[in-house]
Design a protein. Structure first.
Lengths: 269, 302
């Protein structure tokens, strides 16, 4: 149902090519981690999957047909920043999901449907540990709480595919570990396909069932933007048999990270 | 355990001695101008000072002129101004039987708020449409940008010719005068909405219309109210200009009418009255913004 097939994907901005020859098949229920150096196009790839941007060439098939070139409820998203609505309190942010989904011309559900939406929202707040922050605006929530709210909101939309764009990039290491646990639990409960972009190699290995590395294979010294990045490494991980530190080291070398020790430590945590 | 406890006490005493030796908990240094905070009383004093200076200057100048010539009309004394103001507010006009101040105030405020109200509605609907819908943007943005640079007062004769000298022309002038800038401001604000929020709203199932209702409208509300606050300045300008040229009542009309008799004792209180009305309106709009968009006004930590 929520399988993603990408064939010969290309993306250019004017003369500058960002992605080229990207081929990948994502099975339903996989947890994909995308890593790569800054500016290698992994976020662009995610935005194409989201429908926020359109590919310049190639085919993207999501579920049964070609991708709809605009964001739809089929694919949920959690961004690093601006991931919740600042003008709504925590509970209102979650109620908004039902309001948008079946609120009709007023964008708001009433009566029995509102009560059931409220129950669902309260349960979800409880689930992500934000029951105490129910009536606070996002501005008074910490970064970690905002991201928890964002994930809760996205999951209430019941997407088939969950897209995460460096969702924990701005969080403290301790909070990050908490978020990893929460995300893994929710993924196990809901079983949707996840595609996560991250800078943190350790996080990629710890959470993902498959790690994709984006990098450029062709270089033109006279015109660096002539060639785009593609998938240079595709590593399937087994839930029982986790990645070895050699794998982590190999990917870290490809991405060019300098904090190999911390990456291995995160994977092990 | 005990030894450690004693040590801690000793350390505490030691620190206390150090503090005592230093004499002060705050070093006596001259802070940079940008870091020197103002106390509450200081802020009140500094805030009131300019008003006092202006008032004192006026009183001295007025006193000198009146001492030289008791019939002087240019700088009337506060008592003269107050009695003139009170006459206008409480004694019915001999000819029409109206309480002039209130008739003027009512007429002017109706014009002002009608004009600004129309402009606000236009700014809200056009601003959101232009900022949110690419087709409307391509269609109207260049037009609005050009309209913005037309001096509204240059349109006044055209309005008087086409719409007559009645209320419609004055209200239209105010609306035309402030609306284009407001439309542009709201458009900019809508275009500044983070693309992340718009993308997220779509993934939650929002369509163009429900996103306007639940995302764009609440997000532009604080900006819209701020926009109205800023627009009220020019709106008063256009109101007084229109009233000065063609009117039979209104605050601007009265000022320009009594100018012929050098009645500074009426003009100055009227200016003060207009200022008071403007300040009250502004204050009400701030409160409105706080009530409508509490999220945009986080409580400041004291």
């Amino acid at each position: 149902m929520s399988r993603v097939v990408v064939r010969g994907l290309e993306k250019s901005y004017g003369d500058a090519r960002v992605l080229e020859r990207v081929n990948v098949t994502v099975e339903a229920g996989e947890f994909l981690s995308l890593v790569g150096a800054s500016g290698c196009g992994k976020s662009t790839f995610l935005r194409i999957l989201l429908g926020q941007e359109q590919q310049s060439g190639g085919v993207v098939i999501v579920g049964d047909g070609p991708i709809v070139p605009e964001p739809t409820p089929q694919r949920g998203i959690v961004f690093q920043r601006y991931s919740v609505f600042p003008h709504l309190t925590a509970i209102q942010n979650l109620l908004l999901v039902e309001d948008f989904r079946s609120g009709g011309p007023f964008g708001r559900v009433f009566g029995a449907r509102r009560r059931s939406a409220r129950q669902e929202a309260e349960a979800m707040l409880e689930r992500v540990g934000l029951a105490h922050a129910r009536d606070l605006y996002p501005a008074s929530l910490s970064g970690g709480m905002q991201q928890r709210l964002a994930i809760a909101q996205t999951l209430l939309g019941r997407p088939q595919i969950l897209l995460l764009d460096e969702p924990f990039g701005a969080l403290d290491p301790g909070i990050r570990v908490e978020m990893h646990e929460l995300l893994t639990e929710l993924w196990t409960e809901h079983g949707m396909t996840v595609v996560m972009v991250t800078h943190d190699i350790g996080e990629a290995f710890k959470l993902g069932t498959r790690v994709l590395v984006f990098d450029k294979v062709r270089h033109d010294p006279q015109f660096p933007s002539a060639y785009g990045a593609t998938i240079t490494y595709d590593l399937k991980l087994d839930r029982k048999n986790r990645a070895s530190s050699q794998d982590v080291a190999k990917v870290a070398a490809m991405v060019g990270t300098t904090r190999l020790d911390s990456a291995i430590a995160t994977t092990a945590s | 355990m005990l030894a450690r406890g004693i040590g801690a006490v000793n350390a505490g005493q030691h620190a206390g001695q150090e503090i005592a030796r230093a004499g002060l908990t705050r070093p006596k240094v001259r802070l940079r101008l940008i870091n020197a905070r103002v106390s509450r009383g200081g802020a009140l004093f500094l805030g009131v000072l300019p008003f006092l200076v202006v008032a004192a200057t006026y009183l001295i100048a007025s006193g000198k002129r009146l001492a030289a010539n008791p019939a002087d009309k240019l700088l009337p004394s506060p008592a003269q101004m107050w009695s003139a103001f009170l006459d206008l507010a409480t004694i019915p006009d001999k000819r029409s039987g109206d309480l002039i101040l209130w008739v003027d105030t009512y007429a002017s405020l109706v014009r002002l708020f009608s004009g600004v109200g129309v402009a606000t509605l236009v700014a809200l609907s056009l601003g959101i449409a232009i900022g949110f819908i690419p087709r409307v943007q391509a269609f109207l943005l260049p037009f609005i940008t050009v309209i913005c640079v037309i001096p509204p007062l240059a349109l006044l004769p055209i309005l008087f010719i086409t719409l007559g000298l009645g209320e419609t022309a004055k209200i239209t002038l105010i609306a035309l005068g402030v609306a284009p800038v407001m439309v542009r401001d709201i458009t900019t604000r809508v275009m500044e909405l983070p693309t992340e929020l718009v993308a997220k709203a779509q993934t939650l199932g929002g369509n163009s219309w429900t996103m306007v209702l639940r995302l764009v409208l609440p997000q532009v509300m604080p900006r819209l109210i701020n926009c109205v606050r800023l627009a009220l300045g020019p709106a008063w300008l256009f109101l007084i200009a229109a009233e000065a040229i063609a009117s039979t009542e209104g605050l601007g009309y009265r000022i320009f009418l009594v100018r012929r008799y050098l009645s500074m004792d009426v003009i100055l209180p009227y200016v003060a009255w207009i200022t008071t009305l403007a300040v009250i309106t502004d204050w009400l709009l701030v409160r409105l913004s706080q009530a409508v968009s509490p999220w945009a006004h986080p409580v400041e930590a004291k």
